[in-house]
Design a protein around this ligand. Sequence first.
Ligand code: ADP
Length: 407
Amino acid sequence: MSKGRILVVDDEENVRITLEAILQLEKYEVTGASGVVEALAALKSADYDLVLTDLRMDDGDGTQILAFLREHKPKTIAIVMTGFASLESAIQVLREGAYDYIIKPADVEVMKTTVARGMERALLGRQLQKRVQEVELANQKINELNQGLQTKIDLATAELRENVIQLKELDVLKNQFLSIASHELRTPITSVSGYIQIAVKRLEKRLLAGPPKEEEEWRQEATTLLEQMRVVQKQTYRFSRLVTDLLDVSKIHAGRLDMKVEPVEIDTMLEQLIAGLDVATTREIVLEKENAPVTMQGDEQHLEQVFTNLLTNALKYSPPTTPVRVFVSCDQDTVRVRVRDYGIGIAPEERTRVFGLFYRSLEREAKDVGGLGLGLYISKDIVEKHNGKIWVEPADPGTVFIVELPR
Ligand code: ADP
């Protein structure tokens, strides 16, 4: 194996050949160049550990080689051979980056030692460079790992922060829910129990007194009782809806809100729903069908729940003088229902949140209307269990809820 690559530059052919021979005997891999031009060409096309060069040559000066090495091959060691007369230029070449110099005619032993020392220096340099590269590589790897770690930490921190925010929001919503729920549940109970008490007292009194003498008296009594019982009926219905909603939420959470799939006629269902709403006579509710019948496979009862909820919301969150419009249509694959009101509308940042559990708008106008913030949450779950989509679009004024269901 060679002990290193050397370029010998001298325009005196016999000197160059001698040097080459001596160095080859020393087990170096040696190339010769007959002048500056050839030397520069050789240095451009290959890497050498050491250049041994004459100073004054026919086609130029050894310092040109030094300059080239300084700029392009800083790790190549240069040894300059100079005539006795130009010792000064020897000092000059050292300044210009040569590692050492040899006075010509060179003593073979001195030359060999100088080259050996230079070569050792070159090899050390190369080893050092290798080490530096290794360290740099390791450093780069560490940096990469570090960066990866930092990204992971950042992501985890962001996620954690998000979770904490969500937990806090949920906690606020939960507390809000508890206070609303107790109020919402107590109101119908209070009114129901009040009316029942009055009715019981009146009936007791009547039983004691015997039947009324006048028909008019009997009619009045019965009418009052009927009115009160109608209120009781309405409140009981409201109460049972609230309880059903609560039960549905707990079923959703337990993964037990199951759909029973059967053929459903959506347009007919909507017609009946609208007719059955207890404001059907006082509010204008328009059903527009693009085509009929609009049939699909789905869970009729649960779909009814979705549309009842959308319709009651549309009525709840809009002034009594405004209409509610329902558009129903279908194509080959999809059923579409749009419920549009001319009410208070939903702020852009709330359009997704209204589907959240317990979510009730912070707007005064919405807050003042009773509700538990469960309806849309349940509706979304039902629609998604049908592989459908539900979303809100703004209208001017008001809101459009859109439900898309695969048929
Ligand atoms: P609830 O009506 O019982 O509060 P929902 O889940 O049905 O619960 O609705 C959640 C919230 O979305 C409501 O509190 C209200 O702020 C808002 N919202 C729903 N429907 C409408 C609508 N048609 N117009 C304006 N706001 C609406």
